[in-house]
Write a new protein. Structure first.
Length: 289
């Protein structure tokens, strides 16, 4: 696929200079509108990464934990169940409202991952479940994660694998590519969505900010869904950048995207539903000291 396709907009090729401020504002506004839909669809997927994240950061009783881009609070709640003292932060007030409703008594605050309102060396663990792909300045966020981490503390982050393995996203991106549709002109350009699916890139992000004992590994599983419509509706309702690529198209193009999607998703069909492959990268590192 060429750099003019919507695939390229979120994929391996950046078609134009990144617009980090505009992209950050676009993401923040998008997630403010998508809290319930995200919880309904992606909650069942992203919660499967919670325990591996906690294990990678050695979260246990008494640990001081920061959950960045907490969303509905899945990671924060699981850390608290392990006996940790947790702060969950997010830019979207609607996500924070949901987190507070689901997990009363936990500490949730509005904050930007790229400019954290905490003193140096405040936490034993910094966790981010799929945060890094939604930031206009991921290196700045990684620097903040390292800054607020205490010596000996750990960072653990997840991101999506490449779309040919993370088919829960990839099938829709391939359908976009099938149509040859161009990205809507008003979409700000963000970083490569799949940059950190590369183990070396993910490792380098942590190494650049002085973390050692680093490890990047893959977690893969299948996600069961009743119908293709459940996958389509979940992706449109529970994503920001990807859904904007579709919903910003003319009606006839959206129809062709859906037709291509329905053709491609037949490969996941089983007698009682869809088995959709999911693949995720998890990176962790320790602050020396």
């Amino acid at each position: 696929m060429t750099a003019a396709t919507p695939w390229a907009y979120v994929g391996r090729v950046t078609p134009a200079p990144i617009q980090p401020d505009a992209f950050n504002a676009f993401e923040a506004a998008g997630w403010e509108r998508r809290a319930p839909a995200y919880d309904r669809f992606f909650g069942a997927i992203t919660t499967r990464l919670v325990e591996p994240l906690l294990d990678a950061a050695s979260v246990g009783p008494g640990a001081r934990v920061l959950d960045v881009a907490t969303g509905p609070g899945y990671v924060a709640a699981a850390a608290a169940e392990r006996g940790a003292s947790v702060v969950g932060v997010d830019l979207a007030p609607s996500m924070l409202d949901m987190a507070r409703d689901l997990h009363p008594g936990l500490d949730f605050r509005e904050a930007d991952a790229q400019s954290l309102p905490f003193e140096d060396a405040s936490f034993d663990a910094v966790l981010g479940n799929f945060v890094i792909v939604h930031l206009g300045r991921p290196e700045q966020a990684a620097a903040e994660f390292a800054r607020v981490l205490r010596p000996g503390g750990k960072v653990a982050l997840t991101t999506w694998d490449l779309p040919d393995r993370a088919r829960v996203l990839g099938v829709l991106l391939d359908a976009l590519g099938d149509t040859g549709a161009a990205p809507p002109a008003d979409l700000p350009v963000g970083p490569n969505f799949f940059r950190f699916a590369d183990d070396g890139e993910f490792d380098a992000l942590l190494a650049e900010h002085g973390l050692d004992d680093r490890r990047v590994h893959t977690i893969a599983f299948t996600h069961r869904l009743p119908t293709a419509a459940d996958l389509w509706d979940g992706l449109l309702g529970g994503t920001v950048r990807t859904s904007a690529l579709i919903l910003g198209q003319p009606d006839d193009v959206q129809r062709r995207i859906r037709e291509a999607f329905d053709r491609r998703v037949t490969g996941f069909q089983r007698a009682d539903g869809l088995d959709v492959p999911v693949s995720v990268k998890l990176a962790a590192g320790r602050k020396p000291g």
